[in-house]
Design a binder for this molecule. Structure first.
Ligand code: KG4
Ligand code: ZN
Length: 345
């Protein structure tokens, strides 16, 4: 069965057609980065308006690229949480309109569960596994027992990893979106140039599965702050110094993510890991996981979906939607937008 997926939870308008929950027939994304760049972050009102302008053409494009007609679609899946409520409502309204017009079943999908599902979609079918989801809004570890079935093991007490990348990139004057820009800048720097804090001093290393990135972010801020010139004045760095700060921050953030994930593996006895979310595009994170897993997860594997399935996309929405629909799950046309993450486990 072909499922049309629709995703408008933040600043990417996305539509996709996926067959039987595993074969991506089309996966199209309209990024809004250019619209939000002047503001240095996502502006909810601007995001919702841009989704409304683009969603119909994008759905058409997804159908054309999948070489399918509306009558060949068997169901519609739409992200209905978590996210920016105005942005979510655009995708949900489009999905409801099409479900009504084409007389198709509708199912609401959780964006974070869809990020976990991206590994299945990319061919990783090992269960149980540990999933690390690292995005702009979420940093969570899960025990995943099947497609779409998971229990939370740990999450962040404050900032998400992607948010920390974005804020540090902003402090370094690297623009928006910050994560990819910081990663590029870090390639020229020395990751051991600065020793930024890695853990809550009260925590036993390796034990806790709770992440915290606000201390790391604040340490970078104090490193950059111009003394005696007010809270907003940051030092202007030369290219080499900026690259060293970016590389040292990135190294610390990636080490924290790897350490906690390996701690989750030790605590559960599970040796297979899948990583997802926009930060999973980070090349240093991929390299560090590969090196540590080779030593510490004998017989196990750390799987990263390709970058287009790590960052926000609607193929993961359609795939997870297929699973829900094939289990007989349906949502009515009063499906609501829920900005908050669902409590897991
Ligand atoms: O999953 P995603 O596309 O959207 C959310 O659900 O939030 O993740 C976006 C986040 C942003 O914070 C972005 O800066 C970060 O992922 N990101 C990266 C990289 N590419 C995207 N962070 C570090 N390195 C990257 N290469
Ligand atoms: Zn996401």
């Amino acid at each position: 069965m072909l499922v049309l997926g629709i995703e408008t939870s933040c600043d990417e308008t996305a539509a996709a057609v996926v067959e039987d929950g595993h074969t991506v027939r089309s996966n199209v994304i309209a990024s809004q980065h250019d619209l939000h760049r002047p503001f240095g972050g996502v502006v909810p009102e601007v995001a919702a308006r841009a989704h409304a302008e683009r969603i119909t053409a994008l759905i058409d494009e997804a159908l054309v690229k999948a070489h399918c007609k509306p009558r060949e679609i068997g169901g519609i899946a739409v992200v209905n949480r978590p996210g920016l409520v105005g942005a979510l409502l655009v995708g949900i309204s489009a999905a409801k309109g099409l479900a009504l017009a084409w007389d198709l079943p509708l199912v609401g999908v959780d964006h974070i569960v869809a990020h976990v599902y991206a590994a299945y979609l990319a061919g990783f079918h090992v269960y149980p596994h540990i999933a690390l989801i690292v995005s702009g809004g979420h940093t969570c570890l899960y025990r995943v027992s099947g497609p779409g079935a998971m229990d939370v093991l740990g999450q962040t007490a404050d900032d998400a990893a992607g948010e920390a990348f974005d804020k540090v990139a902003q402090m370094l004057g690297l623009g928006f979106p910050g994560g990819p820009a910081l990663a590029r800048c870090a390639e020229q720097g020395n990751p051991r140039a600065h020793a930024f804090p890695r853990a809550n001093p009260n925590e036993k290393p390796g034990d806790s599965l709770v992440f915290s990135f606000s201390g790391l972010k604040t340490a970078v801020y104090y490193h950059l702050r111009e003394p005696g010139k007010g809270a907003r004045a940051l030092r202007k760095l030369g290219d080499a110094e900026r690259a060293d700060v970016a590389a040292s921050f990135q190294e610390t953030a990636c080490e924290i993510l790897v350490e906690k994930t390996l701690a989750a593996c030790r605590q559960t006895g599970i040796r297979d890991v899948a990583v997802g979310g926009g930060v999973a595009c980070n090349r240093r994170l991929r390299a560090l996981f590969a090196a540590r897993a080779a030593q510490e997860l004998p017989g196990g594997r750390v799987f990263f979906p390709p970058p287009d399935l790590c960052a926000d996309n609607a193929a993961m929405t359609a795939g997870l939607g297929w699973h829900r629909l094939s289990q007989g799950e349906r949502d009515a046309l009063d499906l609501e937008a829920d900005p908050t993450p669902k409590r897991q486990g």
